[in-house]
Each structure stands twice: as structure tokens, then as C-alpha cells.
Design a protein around this ligand. Structure first.
Ligand SMILES: [Zn+2]
Length: 341
């Protein structure tokens, strides 16, 4: 971690400043590779392991994502896959400018860093955290940028000075927190007055029957990510080959192939995946549906209420890439609700 940003970090328990403790041999060009951040007030200390400060002792409910994003650390990375999927979703959701030099951005729930990479490309300074050890994958993907500050922490106890960020984003994350409203509200105090927060969240479908995923989850989630991944690796590739073979017979085979619930067998011409890549994309997307401990979709009304509760202005709540998209600004002067209030 860059010594120059330590003053932005505080103790997540008592919000007091932290002091770096590292031997000269554990430093590299002004960065701390191994050491500790010690709280001057309550005496707690937090290890810096492989250049990242760790403010949580375990991955807790996010352990499935630690497995998922270290196992699939590049499959959703634009730079690796030579596509623009993450870039398109980032700008369609945030409506932020392509250049943001001099701005400080906070990313809550970074996973392996698909959006960290896009935020860094704008020229901004980016602070990214995750509860899981997916931060290891993010460091591998984005750690070479001097503007990436990656750490492991809980969204409910963010170890940063309040009112320090021009922008905050949290994408693909909130529905996987045990208390979604409290997770959202805990982000807002880190915005500087006038700063903007953008989130997305799964949308709860109203109607008699919940989507297929919510029928299957109770049968699979208890198995844990390793066994679910194994099961998907045994079943999805043969199902893919069968579907592809059936599609060669448009009148008889295709309708039968359509019954195999693994999505399309080609994304051409938009995306040029090989068959092997496409099988892995399907395995990852099924793992992402079935393994998370928490999956709590929300309604537009509920999300709108959180933004009101947080005292945000210029609020937009609508639908988009991940279900619900929402944006709001912190008033230049005024009250900000804190989590749990
Ligand atoms: Zn403390």
C-alpha cells in the first residue's frame, strides 16, 4: 500500500487515525508490502498482507465470491477478453465522464476488478475494497496502477475518513449483503458534499412465480462454491455440445435445444468467444447465481426510499443492466443519515 494515502484510512472500530508499522525490508519504493496499521486510540491493529491492508479477520458471507473471483479472475475483464462489456455497463450506469483526473473514487465490492479497471482508465484515483479475498485477484489485475488502492474491508465498517470521495460506486454487490438497506446507507457518509453515488441492484420481480434461479438456489447453495463449481463443470459443457448439435437441425432439433436452459450457444457477431470461453462464461454465470450466501432483490420503491432516507438530491432510480440503477448527489449542505439510524 502507498504510504501517501495512509492518512485517508482510519480505524474501522473507533474512527481514529492509523499509524504504519513496517520494517524497511518490507517496503518497496515507498509502498508497504508487509506490516501493520496500528490505531493510536484503541490499540487495535490491522495487518498489511501482500501490499493490501486487511480490516476483516474472515471473508464471512462473501467467501463464495473469494472462490469465484480467484478462480475466474480474467473472464469478465475487458482488457483480457478484448471486449467492452464492463466499460459499457460502467458508463451506462454511472453517466460519469470518460476523463476524471484529479477525482477520488470509492468502489465498494470490487471482486476481481472488472470495474476498477474502467474507473482507473478515467485517470481518477480509485479506492477499491471487497469483503472477500477477491482483492487478491483485483491486485493481480489492477495493482500495477499507482492510482489503485485496494484493501479488504466490510461495507458496514469502511475504514476511511468520511466526506473524502468525489464519487462512490457499488455495482453487482448490494443484493449480496445481508442487510441491503444498511449496506447502502453506510456508503453515503464517505461522499464529500456535492459528491455523487451510483449503485445497481437486482430487481425483485412481482408476480406469482419467482424466476428459475430462486427455485434452484435452495437445492444448491448449501453445497458451497467448490462443489457447485464441480457440478456445473460436469453438466454445462455436455449440455452446450448437445444444444449446439441440436441447433444444426432447425425444424426438429432447435425447439428441443431451446429447452436446455443455458442461454445461447453463440454471441456472434457482437462477441467473439471461442466455444471453450463460452462454456466457462456459462459456468461462471451459473456459479454466480447459485453460490452466493445472500441474494436479496429489491424494488424501485425501496431503493427510492433509501435515497430519500440518506438525504440525497438529484435522485434517479430506474432500470438498467443489473436490474435497478440509481444515482444521487450529496447536498452541499445538509443532513446525511448514517447506517442504522
Ligand atoms: Zn481504533
Amino acid at each position: 500500500m502507498d504510504r501517501g494515502v495512509i492518512e485517508l484510512f482510519v480505524c474501522p472500530e473507533c474512527h481514529s487515525p492509523l499509524r504504519a508499522e513496517a520494517s524497511p525490508s518490507a517496503m518497496n519504493n515507498g509502498s508497504i508490502v508487509e506490516g501493520r496499521l496500528a490505531c493510536a486510540s484503541c490499540g487495535r491493529s490491522y495487518p498489511v498482507v501482500r501490499s493490501m491492508p486487511r480490516f476483516v479477520p474472515t471473508e464471512d458471507y462473501a467467501r463464495t465470491f473469494g472462490y469465484q473471483w480467484n478462480r475466474f479472475h480474467q473472464l469478465q475483464l475487458d482488457a483480457h477478453m478484448h471486449n467492452d462489456l464492463s466499460r459499457e455497463r460502467f458508463f451506462a450506469t454511472t453517466h460519469w465522464p470518460e476523463r476524471m483526473e484529479g477525482q477520488r473514487i470509492l468502489e465498494a465490492g470490487c471482486g476481481m476488478g472488472r470495474f476498477t479497471q474502467i474507473a482507473l482508465e478515467t485517470g481518477a484515483e480509485v479506492f477499491s475494497f471487497d469483503l472477500s479475498n477477491a482483492v487478491e485477484a483485483n491486485l493481480r489485475n489492477n495493482g500495477s496502477s499507482g492510482r489503485a488502492h485496494i484493501f479488504q474491508a466490510s461495507i458496514y465498517q469502511i475504514p476511511l475518513r468520511r466526506e473524502s470521495f468525489d464519487k462512490i460506486f457499488c455495482m453487482g454487490v448490494l443484493q449480496h449483503c445481508p442487510d441491503v438497506r444498511r449496506a447502502f446507507l453506510s456508503l453515503v457518509p464517505y461522499l464529500r458534499p456535492g459528491g455523487e453515488i451510483v449503485i445497481d441492484c437486482y430487481q425483485r420481480r412481482t408476480g406469482l412465480f419467482p424466476p428459475f434461479k430462486y427455485w434452484v438456489r435452495p437445492w444448491l447453495t448449501w453445497m458451497g462454491p467448490v462443489r457447485i463449481h464441480k457440478l456445473l463443470s460436469w453438466t454445462i459443457p455436455p449440455a452446450f455440445e448437445l444444444k449446439k448439435a441440436l441447433y444444426k437441425f432447425p425444424f426438429v432439433g432447435k425447439p428441443i435445444g431451446n429447452l436446455i436452459p443455458i442461454g445461447p450457444v453463440s454471441h456472434k457477431p457482437k462477441l467473439d468467444y471461442t466455444d471453450e470461453e463460452l462454456k466457462q462464461v456459462k459456468i461462471l454465470s451459473a456459479l454466480d447465481m447459485f453460490s452466493p450466501v445472500h441474494d436479496h432483490p429489491q424494488t424501485l420503491e425501496m431503493v427510492g426510499r433509501w435515497f430519500d432516507e440518506a438525504g440525497l438530491t438529484d435522485v434517479y432510480v430506474g432500470t438498467g443492466f443489473n436490474g435497478i440503477n440509481a444515482r444521487g448527489k450529496r447536498a452541499v449542505q445538509g443532513r446525511v443519515a448514517h447506517a442504522g439510524s
